[in-house]
Design a protein around this ligand. Structure first.
Ligand code: GTP
Ligand code: SPV
Ligand code: MN
Length: 643
């Protein structure tokens, strides 16, 4: 147990209260450090204790308790401009561009750890000589050591911000609260967009004491030399630690995305999945959308695709099919729980979109384009001489004569031979600005889910869509997911990686137990959503996509909705249920579709696929694999053998 947390847990409450009372009114400080904004008296004793311990450890120059107000935000943005961290984008209203240290541009899965007493609680046991890929474990002692090697004095000369935030609408029975302590004003400004942040959360904490402790520092390299003062970080010693037993997250060395906006992957997925396991619900890397058919019937679906594989795009779909309407509830994370009527209900715990910029365009995602040009913090995109932004895909909206500066701050043109925007550059924008935000997106009860989609980038072999035969088969399909690596993580090259449930980087506990938890959802009296697998990314022999994707994906959603209504528009195949010959509506498509290739199932491919899944289960999951999932594998193997 890290010493600074242990202390906070053993300090008697009356002592803390007395201390605060002595301080308050005379001078507003905590452990001798001045509080530059906010008042200690607004913090519950638990929060106060957490802040005190972190102040002792990190030794900031001052403490700023965030209230989430406009004025506070303006002040922070001004400071960020003065520090050179962001620049204004005068072409738009209240938009800003941050350029990071080029060594700090994505999540770092290899430096992310789950801390439990027993290794087996956190991760599966790979076979001898095999490197585990389903998460990293750290012992409590090693975590303590990692903290002590990095955090003492790490905020000297800096401000520690106290960021109270709610994942989910403040006060919803499905929501959870966190307190992030950070030395990055960029993180504060981003958290204000991505979560409900500020005073209302402190008020809510007076009613429910529980919160997830999040400690974050961008750090300083061991040499003491900050290479790029506008973006301090310490890539060499970056580490992201999670201790589920204490609802504790400690992150050091990176200011980027999922490494530093601790409400997102660290809380809503890793710690969230452990809370969900305990409380009997699901915390998943899934978008949530509502779709209304021409008859006016509305259903909600969720979909899990790995990072940079199309969640934001699907969540904001503009259907090419006439008289269909898609509305967005969330683009990255779903918290789902069966209600008393046996209906699975989902909330989006986030308040904004941290979306991949490159590839977003008026042609592919006009809804996102109509969302992001006000009140948005861009990171690592290119900028234009008329005060705007630019990235790959925006070619058609570029005004003539405009000069481009790339994400590194260098002059750029299309002959530069490198991308203008970093492939993992992002927009951070309020969800409420999305023109198709669902009317129920903040419903405290969540929206009812009819279907769950799994998918990934599969250039070969995997058809456009198929349906699982049962809940167990669906859990197997999720467990067997694979996808081509993207720039959202530190991996290089186009290798096909296993990414079960699109959660490989985000499991908070043993993957075998996670599968068992999914299987346990199948209880009598519940209406289980149907499960599907989709692949927008199958390629022809010339390397082009066989399916145009984006708005045309509405055709696949239509088939899925028909299947949810039990229409007999499917045929059985060895891998699951596929659309009948005229089951998928392809009428009026502008491009010629090679339907046969798009849906073809090849015995050789699937024999290899079964082998790969089997090896993966054996070497990575081993004895932790629930028998029901293994049986699904065996019956797929038999069906493929008979192909
Ligand atoms: P994270 O935010 O990292 O979790 O990513 P995401 O799953 O939300 O991915 P996103 O929707 O941002 O898509 C990533 C990239 O996939 C974009 O650059 C798109 O161009 C591309 N993409 C999305 N949908 C489609 C599609 O239907 N077809 C094709 N070919 N590409 C797509
Ligand atoms: C992802 O990688 O899945 C993201 C971006 O959504 S980050 O918040 O950096 O994890
Ligand atoms: Mn994501």
């Amino acid at each position: 147990m890290p010493e600074f947390i242990e202390k906070s847990n053993v300090l008697p409450t009356y002592l803390l209260k007395n201390k605060a009372q002595t301080n308050f009114g005379l001078y507003n400080h905590i452990r001798g450090v001045n509080i530059s904004n906010g008042s200690l008296s607004n913090l519950t004793s638990n929060v106060k204790a957490f802040v005190e311990q972190a102040v002792s450890l990190c030794q900031p120059d001052q403490v700023h308790i965030c209230d989430g107000s406009d004025m506070e935000n303006k002040l922070l943005l001004k400071q960020l401009v003065e520090a050179g961290t962001i620049v204004a984008l005068p072409k738009y209203e209240n938009c800003w561009l941050a350029r990071t240290n080029p060594g700090d541009v994505a999540r770092v899965e290899s430096k992310t750890f789950i801390c439990t007493e027993e290794k087996h609680e956190a991760i599966t046991s790979p076979s001898e000589g095999v490197k585990g890929t389903l998460g990293n474990w750290i012992s409590p002692n090693d975590m303590e050591e990692a903290v002590q090697q990095r955090f003492p004095g790490c905020m000297k000369g800096r401000t520690m911000y106290v960021v109270p935030f709610s994942m989910g609408p403040v006060g919803s029975p499905l929501s959870k609260i966190g307190i992030e302590l950070t030395d990055s004003a960029y993180v504060v400004a981003s958290m204000r967009i991505m979560t409900r942040m500020g005073k209302s959360v402190l008020d809510q904490l007076q009613k429910c004491e529980e919160f997830v402790k999040c400690l974050h520092s961008v750090g300083t390299p061991a040499s003491g030399v900050v290479e790029i003062p506008s973006w301090p970080c310490d890539p060499e010693r970056t580490i992201i630690l999670h201790k589920p037993a204490e609802n504790l997250i400690v992150s050091y060395g990176s200011g980027y995305g999922g490494n530093s906006l601790l409400g997102k992957k660290c809380f809503a997925l890793r710690i969230g999945s452990t809370i969900a396991k305990r409380e009997g619900w699901l915390a998943e890397h899934m978008l949530i959308l509502g779709i209304t058919n021409p008859a006016g019937e509305k259903k909600y679906i969720t979909a899990a695709f790995p990072s940079a594989c199309g969640k934001t795009n699907l969540a904001m779909l503009s259907p090419s099919l006439a008289n269909y309407k898609v509305e967005c509830v969330g683009d990255d994370i779903a918290w789902m729980k069966f209600d008393n009527n046996g209906v699975l209900r989902a909330i989006n715990p986030e308040n904004g979109f941290f979306g991949v910029a490159p590839g977003t365009s008026m042609e592919t995602n006009p809804i996102a384009m109509n969302t992001v040009f006000k009140n948005t913090l861009f990171t690592n995109v290119a900028s234009t001489s008329d005060g705007g932004v630019y990235w790959e895909g925006m070619e058609s909206s570029l005004a003539p004569g405009v000069q481009i500066t790339d994400w590194l701050g260098m002059p750029w043109d299309k002959n530069s031979g490198r991308p203008a925007a970093h492939p993992n550059s992002r927009f951070c924008t309020p969800a409420s600005q999305c023109p198709i935000i669902d009317p129920a997106w903040e419903d405290p009860e969540g929206v009812p889910i009819s279907a769950i989609l799994f998918g990934g980038r599969r250039p070969a072999g995997v058809p456009l869509v198929y349906e699982a035969n049962s809940w167990e088969h669906g859990v197997f399909v999720g467990a067997a997911m694979r996808s081509e690596a993207t720039a959202a993580a530190e991996f290089r090259g186009k290798v096909i990686m296993h990414d079960p449930f699109a959660m490989r980087p985000f499991f908070g506990y043993n993957f075998g137990d996670y599968l068992a938890h999914w299987l346990s959802m199948d209880k009598s009296g519940r209406s289980l959503p149907k499960i599907f697998h989709i692949n927008w990314f199958r390629k022809a022999s010339d390397g082009s996509f066989l399916w145009p994707g984006y708005g045309e994906n509405s055709r696949v959603l239509e088939w899925i909705l028909k299947r949810v209504d039990n229409e007999p528009c499917y045929v059985d195949s060895p891998i699951g249920r596929m659309p009948t010959k005229d089951g998928l509506n392809l009428s009026g498509m502008s491009t010629q579709i090679d339907v046969n290739r798009l849906f073809s199932l090849e015995k050789d491919f699937w024999t290899e696929e079964v082998k790969a899944i089997s090896t993966y289960f054996e070497t990575q999951v081993g004895a932790d694999l629930p028998p029901a999932v293994n049986e699904e594998l065996k019956s797929l193997e038999r069906r493929v053998a008979e192909m």
